[in-house]
Design a protein around this ligand. Structure first.
Ligand code: DOR
Ligand code: ZN
Length: 345
């Protein structure tokens, strides 16, 4: 049995840092584990221009603890009015690593998102020509569609059409939650990949709804049936380079989660690697963990792999019931649980 192994330092290919005091307190959790992260732009107001992204990147860099090497990779929040020239300039200047498509009202701070994909066809055309990666929150917002079907319906109504219309556009289907998404990604060309969160590998929808409402297991897209979780575990641990790590760590204060209308998002950053490696261990796939966590993402984004390493050992990690950010309580993913792996640097 493998009790200890060393891999290249991983990256987080989908992450929310927020801004201000919360950002300053959550950045160190990610920087402890990851060398780089794709930072989501859904702030208020959203990060829609190169200038806003540069300023946000500077604030994040200032929050990285001394002596730690961590690089935020910025994304451009697409709206109906995105200026393709600014996006292309930002990408050429190394400010934007990707652009993010939020269907308007799909999730937290997405009100300024895209109301109709056709409106951004000129932007997607430029992105395809300039080889800029498109990250997609793949859920329809149509109220008549059941929340558990919104990802599957997005594939049929929108994603197939986007892939067909822009066959060279590199697309990351973010935080996939269904067997349908796994099948879609497997059936698409090498220009289509997906990120998978730790929570969607660990829980199905019962964890959110059985024994009372469990707000800390609520995120978007919501966890689905067990058969979907199993399909995600198979995909993540398969060694296929189309699937890679993206925590979707989305910090919301405890009071905003435990409320009559609780926010969507799971704060997975603090023990993300310990969480993922537990799944790979359970699936007998530890030898494929480095690919998922540290190799497939850079290959897809065409970035160098990290030279530093981390070591994971079998051992106890006790996840606190609660942490403090911005002087307030926040509940981390796996709160109060004991994980069977430890990150030793
Ligand atoms: O659960 C989620 N939280 N899903 C998202 O898509 C956004 C995120 C957030 O920003 O809180
Ligand atoms: Zn997200």
């Amino acid at each position: 049995m493998t009790d200890r192994f060393t891999i290249r330092r991983p990256d987080d290919w989908h992450l929310h840092f927020r801004d201000g005091e919360i950002m300053r307190d959550v950045v160190p959790y990610t920087a402890r584990q990851f060398a780089r992260a794709i930072v989501m732009p859904n702030l208020t107001p959203p990060v829609t221009t190169m200038a806003l992204a540069e300023a946000y990147r500077a604030r994040i860099r200032a929050a990285v603890p001394n002596g730690v090497r961590f690089e935020p990779l910025m994304t451009c929040y697409l709206t109906d009015d995105t200026d393709p020239d600014d996006l292309v300039r930002g990408a050429a200047a190394g400010v934007f690593t990707a652009a993010k498509l939020y269907p308007a009202h799909a999730t937290t701070n997405s009100a300024a998102g895209v109301t109709n994909v056709e409106k951004i066809h000129p932007v997607l055309e430029r992105m395809e020509a300039e080889d800029i990666v498109l990250c997609i929150h793949g859920e329809v917002t149509d109220h008549s569609v059941d929340v558990f079907d919104r990802e599957k319906v997005f594939i049929e109504r929108h994603l197939r059409a986007i892939v067909a219309a822009f066959p060279k556009l590199r697309i990351v289907f973010e935080h996939i939650t269904t067997a349908d998404a796994v099948d879609f990604v497997l059936g698409a060309g090498p220009q289509v990949a997906a990120t998978i969160t730790p929570q969607h590998l660990h829980i199905n929808r019962n964890a959110m709804l059985v024994g009372g409402i469990q707000p800390h297991n609520y995120c978007l897209p919501v966890a689905k049936r067990e058969e979907h979780r199993l399909a995600l575990r198979k995909a993540a641990t398969s060694g296929n380079p189309k699937f890679f790590l993206g925590t979707d760590s989305a910090p919301h204060l405890r009071k905003a989660k435990e409320a009559a209308c609780g926010c969507a998002g799971i704060f997975g950053a603090p023990f993300a690697l310990e969480s993922y490696v537990t799944v790979f261990d359970e699936e007998g796939a530890l030898e494929r963990f480095e690919g998922f966590a540290a190799l497939h993402g850079p290959a897809f984004y065409r970035l160098p792999v990290n030279e530093e390493t981390i070591t994971l050992v079998r051992g106890e990690t006790d996840v606190p019931e609660v942490l403090t950010v911005a002087g307030e309580e926040i509940v981390p993913w796996h709160a109060g649980q004991r994980l069977g792996w430890r990150l030793v640097g």
